[in-house]
Design a binder for this molecule. Structure first.
Ligand code: FAD
Length: 468
């Protein structure tokens, strides 16, 4: 007779693998099925990690090229070895995926290679890469199948010249002319990498702004900075197709509001127009799980329940499509299955754009507060006036804190500047504890540090900013 599991997870990305490890720690009998051949999902294999590896190396190259001399550091002529750069990225990815396999073993979570399909209540069928089949019996099924990139009509992805994030992270040479369709977070990170390495990058975006989820003041300033770095923006443009010719690609677009078609030539086109839940062919109908039109699994609000004994987490449900959100979902579900309390506050999931300068935010934007009619006070502090930023010659950007006018409770924080991806954590903790902006303003921050800009912005809310 088949063994019965407490939990079988379909998908080994940040949602699935964290759920598996936590379930193992809680003493549940757990298996995680992954079809990719490697654990880590989109994030580790073709997302967060490889993109940050390339962002880091390309930023070092740009800094050495453009900033070293003014700081008194002499170098010879610098060059890029793309093959080596891609190889060191792959090595990092490999090391981290192996690390998850180790954590599975350490925490008694079973890793099953293959494609999972729900065969009925408490039954998951697994098809191995060699075609072999087995059926697992389980008390709980967790759907953690993530998301996949979407494209546009008239565009055929080949992952060589017309690429998604997957191809964009493994190009074998620096394209001379690169067009990026979509000015969201993923697109801007990819555009930054290749622009720093020498590509002429044109960003084509349907909306009349970049980074639609970000605070509009930050987005406007970011666009100005990226333009100065060499990115060309064509906003309010609808891409209608990409024609593949032998020597080049021809992208057609027309104004989103209507007008004449225009064409742009490119060597590589990156399509970064969003991602959709990956839930096709999973056998959801066999257990009464429903999805919306975009494939997003419908769950009871806050409880991740998709049907009796079926849970769903990460990119394939509602909420921000971010690795740390998927991870928190996974841990919460393992704890709920083990009879404990599991909860994730989607209002306090931080977002970070790993460009230079970095951009980070948590909580409400000014646009949202205005729309909701919430009265707020804004404190803002520029890195130009922060002594550590000045010593490091990294003075672009600012910290902005939004607090409730009556209670002083922090409602949102928005930053652009050096290391803000790390610094946003302070605001996440403060907001989790329901802090007022005065709490931050009265907390000692080491001098000279970048984080003093956070304190100064909080002091700005109180009306007593002090630093120069
Ligand atoms: P996924 O990571 O997509 O994992 C799902 C897994 O399920 C996949 O490995 C898939 O192979 C597997 N699977 C699917 N169907 C089956 C099946 N039937 N059987 C077995 N296995 C199956 N987020 C951040 O927080 N920070 C970042 O810096 C960041 N950068 C990104 C950069 C890029 C270029 C991209 C594309 C994404 C980035 N993200 C980032 C988003 C992040 O990668 C996702 O939010 C995260 O991976 C979602 O985790 P998940 O576990 O829900 O799904």
């Amino acid at each position: 007779m088949a063994e019965t599991y407490d939990v079988v997870i379909i998908g080994g990305g940040p949602g699935g693998y964290n759920c598996a490890i936590r379930a193992g720690q809680l003493g549940l009998k757990v298996a995680c099925i992954e079809s990719r051949g490697k654990l880590g999902g989109t994030c580790l294999n073709v997302g967060c990690i490889p993109s940050k590896a390339l962002l880091h190396t390309s930023d070092l190259f740009r800094t050495a090229q453009e900033d070293f001399e003014s700081m008194g550091i002499k170098t010879g002529k610098l060059d890029v070895d793309i093959e080596k750069m891609i190889a060191q990225k792959d090595e990092t990815v490999e090391g981290l995926t192996k690390g998850i396999e180790f954590l599975f073993k350490k925490n008694n979570a079973e890793y099953i290679k293959g494609r999972g399909k729900i065969a009925g209540p408490g039954k998951v069928e697994v098809e191995g890469a060699d075609g072999s089949k087995q059926t697992l019996e389980t008390k709980n099924i967790v759907i953690a199948t993530g998301s996949e990139p979407v494209s546009l009509p008239g565009i055929e992805i080949d992952e060589e010249r017309v690429v998604t994030n997957t191809g964009a992270l493994s190009l074998t040479s620096v394209p001379k002319r690169l067009i990026l369709i979509g000015a969201g977070v993923i697109g801007l990170e990819m555009g930054s990498v290749w622009s720093r390495l020498g590509s002429e990058v044109t960003v084509v975006e349907y909306l009349d702004r970049i980074m639609p989820g970000a605070d509009s003041e930050i987005a406007k300033e970011a666009q100005r900075v990226f333009k100065k770095q060499g990115l060309t923006f064509r906003l309010g443009q609808k891409v209608t197709g990409v024609e593949k010719m032998k020597s080049k690609l021809k992208l057609s677009m027309e104004p989103a509001k209507g007008g004449d078609t225009e064409t742009l030539d490119a060597d590589v086109v990156i399509v970064a127009v969003g991602r959709r839940a990956y839930t096709e062919g999973l056998g959801l109908e066999n257990v009464g799980v429903t999805t919306d039109k975009r494939g997003v699994v419908q769950v009871t609000d806050g409880h991740f329940k998709a049907a009796d004994g079926v849970w769903a987490i990460g990119d394939c449900i509602h909420g921000p499509m971010l690795a740390h959100k998927a991870e928190d979902d996974g841990v919460a579900v393992a704890e709920l299955i083990a009879g404990k309390a599991g909860h994730v506050d989607y209002n306090l999931v931080p977002s970070v754009v790993y460009t230079n300068p970095e951009i980070a935010w948590v909580g409400k934007t000014e646009d949202q507060l205005k729309e909701e009619g919430v009265e707020y006070v804004k404190g803002k502090f520029p890195f130009m006036a922060n002594s550590r930023a000045r010593t490091n010659h990294e003075t672009t950007g600012f910290v902005k804190i939004l607090a409730d006018k009556k209670t002083d409770r922090i409602l949102g924080a928005h930053m652009m500047g050096p290391c803000v991806g790390e610094m946003i954590g302070e605001l996440c903790v403060a907001m989790e504890f329901g802090a007022a902006s005065e709490d931050i303003a009265r907390t000692s921050h080491a001098h000279p540090t970048l984080s003093e800009a956070i304190r100064q912005a909080a002091m700005g809310v109180e009306g007593w900013t002090m630093q120069m």
